[in-house]
Design a protein around this ligand. Structure first.
Ligand code: PAF
Length: 288
């Protein structure tokens, strides 16, 4: 595996692969590589001749009170895991390489609507940081395809919208959430959970599944279902940020005629913010 921190070096290496006719796939990450990232890399390898992973802990997507300084940085271990799993190019640029000397005052990208709701409402500026770094990474690498985990479903929709509206030729691919055996969505932040919190954490996924089962059985009062789910989480010891049942593409509140839904939730367990979602597709024969 070739490993570079300079964008100019990555570009030169990629130009050779492109001129040999190889398709290029990008898996953007913030490092601390886990099974979820490796599932993105595996899909990338299935679909592209050349797999690129970026590791960059993006300061612009962390709020002032958030965990930017303590976010796990494990470059050596990540390098081994990526090399062992068929990554061909690792790009791990510095902050000044990505943003120049003044990240806060450099050009940023805002995706109206999707950047402001749900996680965007409780983490102001977060999605501007994501949109800005993803735009830059797509420009640096110019991949044919780029891979994002569906655990961060709102992020996936936002990246799809920005890629379409800014005219990137890159196809944005969503990859299903990887879960622990008990259903907890795999995330770097799970490492922050105490043992007792870790035991409680799968309740989030179980709650979403219970709501999905009620919808499949014909329940259509989505506000009521979401409120009950939220109460259950609060009783289990979560501090709920939101639990919403939405249209799967717009993330607007779902109506009874909608067929493609997503149940989205974010909640704190102690100091750890967990997010999860479940998509539900109702076919025309579903009970109404
Ligand atoms: O999902 C992530 O790890 C990050 O938000 C991303 C897409 C790598 C941008 O920093």
């Amino acid at each position: 595996m070739h490993s570079v921190s300079r964008i100019s070096e990555a570009r030169a290496w990629l130009a050779e692969r492109r001129s040999a006719g190889h398709s290029i796939g990008l898996v953007p990450t913030m490092g601390n590589i886990h099974a979820g990232h490796l599932a993105l890399l595996e899909r990338c390898r299935e679909e592209c001749a050349c797999s690129v992973v970026s590791i960059f802990v993006n300061p612009l997507q962390f709020g002032a009170e958030e965990d930017f300084s303590s976010y796990p940085r494990t470059l050596e271990r990540d390098r081994e895991a990526l090399a062992a799993n068929g990554c061909e190019l690792l790009l791990h640029p510095s902050t000044s390489e990505v943003y120049g000397a003044h990240p806060e005052s450099s050009t940023s990208v805002h995706v109206p609507g999707l950047a402001e709701s749900h996680c965007g409402a409780s983490r102001p500026g977060h999605f501007d940081g994501v949109a800005t770094v993803v735009t830059r990474l797509l420009n640096f690498v110019e991949p044919d395809r780029a891979y994002f985990g569906l655990k961060d479903y709102q992020q996936f929709l936002l990246v799809q919208k920005l890629a379409a509206e800014l005219g990137f030729a890159t196809r944005i691919v969503g990859v299903e959430t990887c879960r622990e055996a008990d259903g907890l969505a795999i995330s770097s932040r799970n490492a922050y959970l105490s043992e007792a919190e870790r035991r409680k954490a799968p309740t989030l996924h179980r709650t979403l599944r219970a709501i999905a089962a009620q919808i499949a059985a014909g329940a259509r009062d989505y506000r009521q279902l979401a409120a009950e789910g939220g109460e259950g989480l609060a009783k289990a010891g979560f501090a709920l940020d939101y639990l919403d049942i939405c249209h799967a593409h717009s993330l607007e509140p779902a109506g009874p005629a909608d067929r493609q839904l997503v149940i989205l939730a974010a909640a704190l367990l102690g100091a750890t913010r967990l997010i999860d979602n479940l998509r539900v597709v109702l076919d025309s024969s579903s009970a109404a």
